[in-house]
Ligand binder design. Structure first.
Ligand SMILES: NC(=O)c1ccc[n+]([C@@H]2O[C@H](COP(=O)([O-])OP(=O)(O)OC[C@H]3O[C@@H](n4cnc5c(N)ncnc54)[C@H](OP(=O)(O)O)[C@@H]3O)[C@@H](O)[C@H]2O)c1
Length: 359
């Protein structure tokens, strides 16, 4: 039986992915730093799983090189630190999937394109809710159409929050900014202009959206992985990505860019990451019945298409995508190289993960 490893297997995402793999008759191996936490996570899953202890990301990389699993799913953030060493350990024989959703990881992994293509495995980054849902919609809206001029994507996740500490992986993902990303400052925003990553004020370009369920939300510009995914899927020279996860009131939109700049001061960043990691999250039901992705695509002749993708709980969708991508990779449907999920598998991937298009 081909081995499928989940790095960060004790985490929130790792456990949902494991459940979805079991549902597809795939037996995962949970990889983590602590044998007791691993055993507890394994016992709570609805089926038999394997476990393996690796004390660090480097130790995981060493074990991947030694044992060559068929697929590695990386859920350890910040991905800008973990993705590249794990991808390199996966070459040449192990397929790689991650939950990264940041421009820095996307651009860094795309720099490995030639190396990965030559080696042969499939690397699928940004396999979580935001990038997969918005990119799928862009692929769907652009099907059989010429290259558009402008694309805007917005993600509107709705998820049940699990009680417990926020955790270091998620905290560091939030405070790392965009190290090494061209077109602006590390703690500034980005969009695509003239086909290039360019500066855009964080939390700017607010857009109020009326959801198909009748409610209204405001989404503001934030450079997430879907910015790169939407640009590559459409070929548009102008692309903006937005999210409802940043505060959107005028006062907060003024404060967010300033607060982000403070993260440039390393001791402050270290302090903020530690404090955030320890924050105890209070349980919260889903704020809306559905999660949504929205996209607007404009062509040079003035024609426009808009659409929605509806999903259930965003965290459940984030668990389902890597499992479904794994199933397809094990079925031999991958292609050598670095990919975003929908560009590789088409708009049907989101439907197989429980999404519904309203186009
Ligand atoms: N793209 C998306 O839509 C999306 C959605 C959800 C989450 N995410 C991202 O996915 C990541 C995981 O989120 P989560 O909510 O599952 O976090 P989590 O519950 O904190 O789980 C993270 C796991 O990573 C392990 N870990 C943390 N730091 C590590 C290190 N330095 N070396 C080895 N293992 C380490 C922890 O395992 P131990 O038991 O060994 O401590 C833990 O099991 C975050 O970065 C988050 O931003 C993305």
């Amino acid at each position: 039986m081909p081995e499928v490893w989940i790095l960060g297997g004790t985490g929130r995402s790792g456990r949902v992915i494991a459940t979805e793999l079991l549902r597809r008759n795939i037996t995962p191996t949970l990889v983590g730093r602590d044998a007791v936490r691993l055993r507890k996570a394994a016992e709570e899953l609805p089926g038999e799983v394997r476990t393996a202890v690796a004390e660090s990301v480097d130790a995981s990389a060493t074990q991947i090189r030694r044992r060559t699993p068929a697929v590695v799913i990386n859920t350890i953030g910040p991905f800008v630190t973990t993705a590249e060493p794990i991808v390199r350990a996966c070459l040449p024989a192990t397929h790689y999937i991650d939950l990264a959703n940041d421009v820095a990881t996307a651009t860094r992994l795309l720099l490995l394109q030639d190396e990965v293509r030559a080696a042969g495995p499939t690397v699928v980054t940004a396999s979580g809710f935001g990038a997969t849902a918005t990119e799928s919609l862009v692929v769907k809206l652009c099907e059989n159409r010429p290259t558009p001029r402008y694309v805007r994507v917005d993600m509107i996740p709705s998820l049940e929050i699990e009680v417990g500490p926020l955790g270091e992986a998620l905290a560091a993902s939030m405070t790392e900014g965009l190290p090494g990303v061209p077109g602006g400052r590390r703690f500034g925003g980005r969009c695509y202009r003239d086909g290039r990553l360019s500066p855009m004020r964080l939390a700017s370009e607010p857009r109020t959206l009326s959801l198909p369920d009748g409610s209204r939300v405001t989404s503001v510009g934030v450079p997430l992985g879907e910015l790169v995914a939407a640009q590559r899927a459409s070929g548009a020279t102008s692309v903006v990505s937005g999210s409802t996860e940043l505060p959107s009131s005028p006062v907060m939109r003024a404060i967010v860019p300033l607060a982000a700049q403070l993260m440039a001061i390393k001791p402050l960043r270290t302090f903020a990451t530690r404090r955030l990691a320890a924050v105890e999250i209070k349980p919260r039901p889903r704020p809306r019945e559905h999660s949504w992705a929205h996209a607007v695509v404009e062509w040079a002749d003035g024609s426009t298409r808009t659409g929605w993708l509806r999903a259930e709980d965003a965290q459940a969708f984030t668990g389902t995508v890597p499992a479904e991508v794994t199933r397809r990779l094990l079925a031999g449907e991958g292609r050598p190289g670095v990919h975003f999920p929908a560009a590789l598998f088409g708009p049907s991937l989101a439907e197989d993960c429980g999404g519904t298009y309203l186009v």
